[in-house]
Design a protein around this ligand. Sequence first.
Ligand SMILES: [Zn+2]
Length: 217
Amino acid sequence: MKNKMKSVPYNASVGHTAGNGIETLTEEKWQAIILNNEAYNRKFFYAVKTTGIFCRPSCKSKMPNKENVLIFDNAQQAITEGFRPCKRCKPTGGPLPDHEWVTQITHYIEANYNKKLTLQSLADICHGSPYHLQRTFKRIKRVTPIEYIQKTRITKAVEYLADSEESITEIAGAVGMYNTSYFTTLFKKKTGLTPTEYRQLNRNKEMYTGDKNDNKK
Ligand SMILES: [Zn+2]
């Protein structure tokens, strides 16, 4: 049995144990998903572990990796297991409120900030168009998705700088920014300090206060 699954589901509380109405992914069901077969819409729903979203078989969203798919008898079971309804195919019948959708997107960013993220890849994963995603996200969060990604990365970098001895290059990579000079520029723009200055300042503060975990905002 090969196990090449590397990605971690964003919702660690989702328990994939048997006996929760989770069905087997048969070849027939997999074909229905691949072919967006509407005839199967009343027969099952499928959830994707890596995105935390569930869909109707007919959904035109990006095809998931087969090993990340879970099958449910009905929408309620998927919700109980911690999955959220897809914005595009609306597996619960009603439209997904924009707030819910934006929450899905922020969850995804927070769990995947260390990977390559673009507006297009977010739109694919969260089942919407880049244009709609940009507008809706900005309206609700008051920042663009890209700004939110940057903010998340800098917040994580601040933690790494305070709590680890890793180099600036390693920390930049750990927050998904492989261009160290761009990372330094962005960090300074957001915090007013370079990463090295921040680390130095934090160390000095620890010396005076003796507080090792002074991460208060
Ligand atoms: Zn869908």
